[in-house]
Write a protein that binds this ligand. Structure first.
Ligand code: ADE
Length: 257
């Protein structure tokens, strides 16, 4: 996969792209990234890439010409390459979108100020708009890095364990089960016996149930969309009944203090 990033701050990308798995993904040829400085496509002597908004108000707005020129210098409009604007107004990025984007051979990400982009940028070069969550960052750079990271780890060969993306939290529709590694006991906290038992079917059942329990406790919303077996549904009913019983017991308790 090749990713073109358009930004006023290419130096921000140095850390994340030159360490760990993203570094390896590039070294092994699964991923290549070109950073394009939008300022290189300005034409005035001050290299102005942003300006105050028409109609007044604070903040700076990304100018249309440098952004459109920068993108058009690299990506032909007929190429079909997704050109994605990083913005808190976009569709909210998630594992499904990461998986969809990982099928592309090429992507372009445009980063800009949080205050906004001249609307004509959207009307000319942008094909999609993504947000990484309902909060506002100072600019789109960190959002682009999040998307690059989530997509890169899904590219064939990038992760040591080829099944990892299939087992991930959210990939299955559920949160992942808890994990343990050596030592078997730490400060009195021991690893569940089943994980040391060597009985793979029991391990798999425990993992599935703990995955359901975590999802139920932390993100019940994901259970509505997850593919659940009859056994899963029984287990969830037991969890719900245990919760109801626990709450009833609390309600019965005389007031404290
Ligand atoms: N730019 C500013 N905030 C953002 C967000 N939440 N997602 C993507 N780009 C952004």
């Amino acid at each position: 996969m090749h990713i073109d990033v358009f930004t006023l701050h290419p130096a921000m990308f140095a850390g994340p792209l030159t360490e760990s798995i993203l570094k390896r993904a590039q070294e092994m040829g699964a991923l290549s990234i070109s950073l394009h400085d939008i300022r290189d496509h300005t034409e005035d002597k001050h290299n102005t890439a942003d300006d105050t908004p028409y109609g007044g108000g604070g903040g700076m707005v990304m100018k249309v010409e440098p952004v459109v020129r920068a993108v058009e210098a690299v990506i032909a409009s007929s190429s079909g390459v997704p050109v994605i604007l990083m913005s808190p107004q976009g569709r909210v990025f998630n594992q499904r979108l990461a998986s969809e984007l990982s099928q592309e051979s090429r992507l372009a990400l445009i980063c800009g100020h949080y205050e906004g982009f001249d609307e004509r940028i959207r009307q000319t070069v942008v094909t999609d708009e993504l947000s990484i969550g309902d909060y506002v960052l100072t600019g789109g750079e960190l959002a682009a890095m999040v998307i690059i990271d989530a997509v890169a780890r899904l590219l064939p060969g990038v992760l040591g364990d080829p099944d990892a993306p299939i087992k991930d939290s959210h990939a299955t529709g559920l949160l992942e089960h808890p994990h343990y590694t050596r030592p078997p006991a730490f400060r009195g906290m021991t690893v569940p016996d089943v994980l040391l038992s060597g009985h793979q079917a029991n391990v798999e059942r425990w993992r599935r149930q703990e995955s359901l329990r975590r999802s139920w406790q932390r993100r019940p919303d994901v259970l509505l969309k997850a593919a659940l077996s009859d056994a899963d549904r029984w287990f969830l009913m037991e969890l719900a009944q245990a919760d109801i019983a626990e709450r009833a017991q609390k309600d019965d308790r005389p007031p404290q203090g």
